[in-house]
Design a protein around this ligand. Sequence first.
Ligand SMILES: [Zn+2]
Length: 80
Amino acid sequence: MNSVSPLEPREIFQDWVTLRIKIEKWQIRDDFAFTVRVKDNNRVDYICRINGCDWRVFASRNQQSEIQLKILHERHSCIG
Ligand SMILES: [Zn+2]
């Protein structure tokens, strides 16, 4: 199983959908499921569906109002 992230730390996205599509492709490739913990106009917080897993992607608007990746924990503690 390839665990290399398709995302770059501090990556900037044109819109929320672009980020979500990348994460959806990632979940299919690596066979896990994510859930949305927080989503509003300024931030989104994706976590692994398995309780207690370390995997997390958090993005929010920066000072230029761009959507920017702020937290990227690409390793799953749930699947080793
Ligand atoms: Zn996980």
